[in-house]
Design a protein around this ligand. Structure first.
Ligand code: SF4
Ligand code: SF4
Ligand code: FES
Length: 370
């Protein structure tokens, strides 16, 4: 007998296989979950589907037109094909058209960052002989003076990911579509520089851009290596206690073979707690890593009053001796503990525990600004 309380399992057919789905999932969500790859350009899982690039079209039985899988809700009983001859023909034709809207210099494109469009053109065997045929119509725009973000209008395919990211994730709305027809481009309102706009220089538009049209300026101006030659090292940002994960992009041959961090990127959306997002400090303030003045070992003062590098064990034991000496001579309330807002909540908890339980003073504070 049917149990009326048991929720109905919704299914559809994807490339001949019956697959379950949950209400609210799009066809693209379902395909991703079961490991079927559908190419996308304007899609970013953090953004509302826009359905503007038409790269993700699939065939749905009984539908006259191909459907954008990123913007089509799954419904029970649908029969979906992601790789029919008709879909293939559409993809190749569309990617060939996008090729005309993208610069022809592949080496230059590689230096700007990951280029999903070029990778897709290669993967689907689309015609690329017309690369750059139309993109030059948008050339010659004055460069923005901000120190971090470079925009190449010739590489932009107007997918609006950057605009929607700025609006929906950052809630800043610093950039928008501007101009008309073939000269349509991405700009700030009234074409003012990013530094004069509401832009927070988070760099999220750089990370979401699928063509390298938005790119990080420093690696470009320093003439550093192509994206594929960089190694990625996952680490935790140390600018505040949030603990965003970030990837240091390392040029292994930089600094005479000692390795050089040439840019910072965010891990892919959905993989770490910061969900692909960073702030201006985490993303762009990395030059201190190789600064000559950076301390790489603890320092202790010698009998001559000068500071000398030492081991962490020695530094900690010298600090403990000093603190205990003050307590012995003047009492616990002669001590004060100031922690840092760069520390995590757990580390700050431990500092107050050290002050109260170990040394016996309530003189403990945490600076709330970095
Ligand atoms: S850097 Fe951030 S705030 Fe500025 S335009 Fe890009 S997404 Fe918007
Ligand atoms: S700059 Fe990049 S993300 Fe923005 S519209 Fe152009 S291609 Fe899309
Ligand atoms: S990814 Fe679906 S229309 Fe662009």
């Amino acid at each position: 007998m049917n149990d009326p309380n048991r929720s109905r399992v919704l299914t559809l057919t994807l490339d001949g296989l019956e697959v379950p789905f949950s209400e609210g999932e799009t066809l693209l969500d379902v395909a991703k979950r079961v490991g079927v790859t559908i190419p996308t350009l304007c899609h970013d899982p953090r953004l509302e589907p826009a359905g503007v690039c038409r790269t993700c079209l699939v065939e749905v039985e009984g539908w006259r037109r191909l459907a954008p899988s990123c913007a089509t809700q799954a419904t029970a009983g649908m029969r979906v094909t992601t790789d029919s001859a008709r879909v293939e023909r559409h993809r190749k034709g569309l990617l060939g058209l996008y090729a005309t809207d993208h610069p022809g210099d592949r080496a230059a494109a590689e230096r700007r960052g990951p280029d999903e469009l070029l990778a897709m053109i290669d993967r689907y065997g689309a015609r690329d002989e017309a690369l750059g045929a139309l993109s030059s119509l948008r050339a010659g725009r004055p460069k923005d003076a901000n120190p971090y973000i470079d925009f190449d209008p010739e590489a932009c395919i107007l997918c609006e990911r950057c605009v929607r990211y700025c609006d929906e994730v950052e809630a800043v709305s610093a950039i928008t579509l501007a101009g008309r027809g073939a000269r349509t481009t991405i700009s700030t309102a009234d074409g003012i520089g990013l530094l004069d706009s509401s832009c927070e220089l988070c760099g999220g538009c750089v990370d979401t851009c699928p063509t390298g049209a938005m790119a990080e300026k420093l690696p470009l101006t320093r003439g550093l290596r192509a994206e594929r030659e960089l190694a990625k090292v996952r680490t935790t940002c140390n600018f505040c206690g949030v603990g965003c994960q970030l990837d240091l992009n390392v040029d292994p041959g930089g600094r005479d073979g000692r390795g050089q961090v040439v840019k910072v990127t965010s891990p892919a959306p959905g993989t770490t707690t910061n969900d692909g997002n960073l702030c201006v400090k985490g993303r762009f303030a990395y030059d201190f890593l190789h600064h000559a003045d950076r301390l790489t070992a603890p320092l202790v003062r010698g009998a001559d009053g000068q500071l000398y590098p030492t081991t962490w064990d020695d530094a900690l034991s010298r600090a403990a001796q000093g603190l205990l000496g003050v307590k012995e001579r003047h009492g616990a309330d002669a001590l004060g503990f100031v922690s840092s807002s760069r520390c995590t909540v757990e580390e700050n908890y431990l500092v107050q525990k050290l002050a109260r339980a170990v040394f016996g003073t309530n003189n403990v504070h945490q600076c709330a600004a970095t």
